[in-house]
Ligand binder design. Structure first.
Ligand code: FAD
Length: 437
């Protein structure tokens, strides 16, 4: 018996773990892996040198495996460099056009109803206000392309008080906890849910509205995914001849075994499945954006680009066929005024978490932390842009008001790729643990 086993229905969802395992491991995972190896998805532009906005300590851990190897500009396909610029230029031109139209609308009462409606839609769609993430300035000289395949997420050795400070401030200050906990002295258990506090914590969590509970579970799912990855690609052999990264079953067990974590491990794994459902739903919903003729998967290599676009659409269509999708309309469904406030609180908390990523002292962890929070932020933006996405399928709406930048596209697919890999790795760990007993 594996003590990290999670089975059955997930809370707040109509879905069960077994359906996700079968769908992910047999159908979606292999296709997604192939897509993420393409040039379009492997190069991610990021600023790893932004100072931490919350506390003065900006020391870097200096661990060998925390280093990130950036690309020189000539390694990045020409089409990616130019299309990143094109995207923002296009967006600016569109915004300018709209501002002119809007001005016209104010003086010209003869504008047709359709144009007025389009203008109204545009005004309602202020990209900044839809964003769940603070994004890096891509024009900054500190922003660099990184080849994600050459800098995989794996064990780095980043741990101790600094890593705890990050997780602590994410959970304590940004997950709507009603009480403040004193700064922990490492290795004291800080936020939760372990030992004698467990009962109070879960009582509190259950009493929260579904939105705040969902928010906590997304962050916990992300944390679980990171810890699965570092256990699955652990530095097991480190000598003059070789450095070998492979599964470390006892590391995994210490983090997720029910007995060793006082029942916490399986709950955290369930949060990982919850996160999977949210990102899967967002990708399925984004299908009209990717089918719209204005979307180009462009690296400058026409044959490969066409093949990768077809693969991308195949993946999204597959995501669309998933039988037990998370129903996002259950969120923010209450009193309208309260719902707007709640959504704004959650958006701001999530933005804060994306800023905390600039405080992570290990560059490799910072890279993947930034990418995954941007990916999740993009998923939330998609989920809560229902109307704008529906407009993409109507020919009567003159301009699409829903936009995703290349950065957002690369981050949402790669972030989902991480979660999908974690679900797959869970299966490997379960088999290994079954073999050990
Ligand atoms: P931690 O994982 O640091 O957890 C601290 C406390 O949080 C635990 O004691 C527990 O009370 C609680 N907790 C743990 N998991 C969960 C969960 N899923 N849900 C709710 N509560 C939980 N290390 C690497 O080797 N490679 C990486 O790529 C990497 N990326 C990171 C990215 C970020 C953004 C951060 C903050 C850290 C990263 N780390 C990475 C470090 C890693 O996550 C751990 O912090 C580190 O391994 C120390 O682990 P720990 O056992 O002390 O507990």
């Amino acid at each position: 018996r594996c003590f990290c086993q999670v089975t059955g229905n997930l809370d707040d969802c109509a879905c069960d773990v077994e359906t996700i395992d079968a769908f992910n491991n047999n159908q979606l995972f292999p296709k997604l892996q192939k897509l993420l190896e393409s040039d379009y998805f492997r190069f991610y532009k990021v600023n790893l040198n932004k100072p931490c906005p919350f506390w003065a300590d900006n020391s870097h851990c200096g661990l060998r495996d925390c280093a990130v190897q950036p690309c020189s500009l000539n390694e990045v396909p020409e089409g990616i460099k130019s299309s990143s610029h094109k995207y923002s230029a296009e967006a600016n031109i569109q915004q300018d056009d709209c501002e002119k139209l809007e001005h016209l609308g104010a003086v010209d009462a003869s504008l047709s109803e359709k144009t007025r409606e389009a203008l109204l839609n545009w005004n309602l769609h202020d990209d900044e206000s839809e964003r769940f993430c603070v994004i890096d300035d891509m024009e900054s000289p500190d922003a660099q392309y990184v080849d994600l395949l050459l800098n995989p997420e794996r064990y780095t050795g980043y741990k101790g008080p600094e890593a705890w400070q990050i997780w602590n401030s994410i959970y304590e200050e940004n997950c709507f906890k009603p009480f403040t906990v004193q700064r922990p002295t490492y290795p004291q258990v800080f936020h939760s849910s372990q030992g004698k506090d467990a009962w109070a914590f879960y009582r509190w969590l259950e009493g929260q509205c579904v939105e705040k509970r969902a928010f906590y579970r997304l962050i916990s799912g992300l944390h679980a995914s990171i810890n699965i990855h570092l256990s699955a690609r652990y530095l097991m052999d480190d000598n003059w001849f070789q450095r070998k990264w492979t599964h470390n079953v006892s590391e995994f067990q210490q983090r997720f075994d029910s007995d060793l974590t006082a029942g916490e491990g399986p709950k955290r794994l369930r949060n990982l499945y919850f996160l999977y459902l949210i990102e899967l739903r967002a990708l399925a919903k984004a299908l009209p954006f990717f089918q719209h003729p204005s979307f180009q998967l462009y690296t400058g290599q026409p044959r490969e680009d066409q093949a990768h676009k077809e693969l991308l659409l195949e993946i999204l269509q597959l995501a669309n066929t998933f039988p037990l999708h998370f129903n996002e309309t259950s969120l923010f469904a209450g009193d309208e005024k309260e719902a707007v406030k709640l959504k704004e609180d959650i958006r701001l908390s999530f933005q804060n978490i994306s800023k905390i990523m600039d405080c992570v002292g290990c560059f490799k962890c910072r890279l993947w932390g930034k990418l995954q929070t941007q990916g999740l932020g993009t998923a939330l933006k998609v989920l809560f842009s229902r109307r704008q996405i529906e407009d993409l399928t109507k020919s009567s709406v003159p301009r699409p008001t829903f936009q995703l930048s290349r950065q957002e596209i690369v981050s949402i697919f790669n972030a989902f790729g991480r979660i999908s890999t974690s679900v797959k790795e869970l299966k490997s760990f379960r088999s290994m643990l079954a073999g050990f007993r």
